[in-house]
Design a protein around this ligand. Structure first.
Ligand SMILES: [Zn+2]
Ligand SMILES: [Zn+2]
Length: 365
């Protein structure tokens, strides 16, 4: 038997949360956090949004868990302890998204794509690549310790509860729209009006895209899409509306996909030279796309994963200025299983944010 390296943890501290061991329901779970490093902060969590990724992870849809997993990567809270080199101070309201560490030195990190860094660490169900082998735990908990670089300062214009979904759903939609140049002269489509889509529409409107087309499988969200800033609504099951929207979009964000996704139909919405951008990972290993659109119409298929620390901070400041905010429903974290059930039934309009007891203690926000 080979010797196993001791995992770095601070046995003087115990954090409490809700964990999955691969299936629901979530169970109460306590753990010792990694030691508070010189650049780290300890955050008392007041809010945590529920992301689709949390559900894929906690139900083992993306594979087996490495151990009890506290999900949650739309975390907001107050700094209660800070290392001597921390970028944040005790009392700061901060937000933590889907990554908590990266090397800071590789090409990806230098170009602002630290989420693609080989040494980056996801906020939960991951192991730190900094030599400590510490496990990462997410935000369905009372506290978390992370590198202060990834504890983003929340602008005072944004409430703590509304800030939470910006940390994943917000950056997941903001970054690709920025990257692919959404703005004047561009026609943007958003397929799926939910936690991601309702923010994507608002960003595209704030970027002043020529057209913002909300595409959904039913008419339920037609009015709400317009309120969010869509200039047009397409019910994808309405043959006439679908045909009228053919080859019309320069950028099409796809907020969810699964084994039943009709890729030919999706690509049909994209204009010549346009790009279809995947924002969510399905629970299947491969997708099949018709090659003719790629070759005969120069359509590209791309994907986008959250955003690095720099663009995440920029996104928060842009939201503060432009008024882009998630539409949220608050639920108590003490009933995390109830919140997950509500989420899995597809009922939230549009993002659930769980609150801990610390929420009542926040002075402002
Ligand atoms: Zn997420
Ligand atoms: Zn790196």
């Amino acid at each position: 038997m080979s010797a196993t390296k001791a995992i770095a943890e601070d046995t003087t501290a115990t954090f409490h949360g809700w964990a999955s061991t691969g299936a629901l329901p979530l169970k109460k779970f306590s753990y010792h956090p990694r030691p508070l490093g010189p650049k780290d902060v300890e955050v008392e969590i007041s809010h945590c949004g529920i992301c689709g990724s949390d559900v894929h992870t906690m139900t083992s849809g993306w594979g087996e868990l490495s151990g009890p997993c506290i999900t949650g990567h739309e975390i907001v809270g107050t700094v209660v302890a800070a290392g001597p080199e921390s970028l944040r101070q005790v009392g700061d309201l901060v937000g933590i998204g889907a990554i908590v560490d990266a090397c800071g030195e590789c090409k990806d990190c230098k170009e602002g794509f630290d989420q693609l860094c080989k040494k980056s660490t996801f906020t939960y169900n991951a192991t730190y690549n900094d030599g400590s082998d510490a496990k990462s735990y997410g935000g369905y908990a009372d506290r978390v310790r992370v590198n202060s670089k990834y504890a983003h300062k929340i602008p005072s214009e944004i409430s703590a509860a509304e800030a939470a979904p910006l940390l994943c759903a917000g950056i997941t939609t903001y970054a690709p729209l920025k990257h692919f140049g959404a703005g004047p002269g561009k026609r943007v489509g958003v397929m799926g009006i939910g936690g991601l889509g309702h923010l994507a529409i608002q960003w595209a409107a704030a970027f002043k895209a020529d057209e913002i087309v909300a595409i959904s499988t039913s008419d339920n969200k037609r009015e709400e899409a317009k309120k969010l800033g869509a200039t047009k609504f397409v019910n994808s099951r309405n043959e006439e509306e679908r045909k009228a929207a053919r080859h019309s979009l320069d950028i099409l964000l796809l907020t969810s996909n699964d084994k039943n996704t009709d890729w030919a139909e999706l690509i049909d919405y994209v204009a010549n030279h346009g790009t279809l951008v995947l924002l969510a990972l399905p629970e299947i290993p491969t997708i099949a796309v018709p090659p003719t659109s790629l070759l005969l119409r120069h359509v590209s298929i791309s994907g986008s994963l959250i955003g690095g620390w720099k663009i995440t901070q920029e996104m928060l400041e842009f939201a503060a200025k432009t008024g882009v905010r998630p539409w949220i429903e608050k639920m108590p974290m003490s009933d995390a299983n109830g919140a997950i059930k509500y989420m899995m039934e597809g009922r939230p309009r549009y993002r659930i944010v769980m609150e801990t007891e610390a929420a009542a203690r926040l002075q402002k926000h």
